[in-house]
Design a protein around this ligand. Structure first.
Ligand code: S3P
Length: 170
């Protein structure tokens, strides 16, 4: 069975909806950030702080290549996976790649009480940070053929939509 690969901005529900749909489809759930944390032995904020974003992206790239070589997984990627187009190309070869589109307002609402995303901690004005980052990344997210606008959806509705897409295409 093909992989189901979830892409989207921070707070778009990749991990929550991914875990849910994986159990419904009987696939293994893989959270890329959690795997990187476990392998490196540091949290994502600590990796960014002590090694820098570029090294984090190298870990992310290596894991994307590894996971794209396997099957039967629902993969929750990190929001910056689109920054290297090779990641999307590799995942597309062995899986169904779905982009969760989220408005900056909804992304802010969903992330405003969290503290584990270094790219959102960098500036005092989180709302402005999200608007700027999302605007910069928008063309990369929009380039993915399968899109779900999750701005007004619950996690269950997101999982329902994913399940439908996966069953139709697998
Ligand atoms: C990042 C998103 C994070 C994590 C890291 C960088 C990004 O994952 O990979 O903090 O560049 O958008 P989530 O999308 O799961 O928050």
């Amino acid at each position: 069975m093909k992989n189901l690969v979830l892409v989207g901005f921070m707070g778009s529900g990749k991990s929550s909806a991914g875990r849910l749909v994986a159990s419904r489809l009987g696939l293994q759930f893989v959270d890329m950030d959690a795997v990187i944390e476990e392998r490196v032995g540091q949290t994502i904020p600590a990796i960014f702080e002590t090694q820098g974003e570029a090294i984090f992206r190298q870990h992310e790239r290596a894991l994307a290549q590894e996971l794209a070589g396997q099957s039967d997984q629902v993969i929750a990627t990190g929001g910056g996976i689109v920054l290297n187009p090779d990641n999307i190309a590799d995942f597309s070869r062995t899986g169904i790649v779905v982009c969760f589109w989220i408005s900056p307002e909804a992304a802010f609402e969903r992330t405003k009480h969290t503290r584990h995303r270094p790219l959102l901690e960098a500036e005092a004005d989180r709302q402005a940070r999200i608007v700027a980052l999302l605007k910069k990344r928008e063309p990369l997210y929009r380039a993915i053929p399968i899109q779900i606008d999750v701005s007004q959806m619950t996690v269950t509705q997101q999982a329902d939509a994913l399940e439908r897409i996966y069953r139709e295409r697998n």
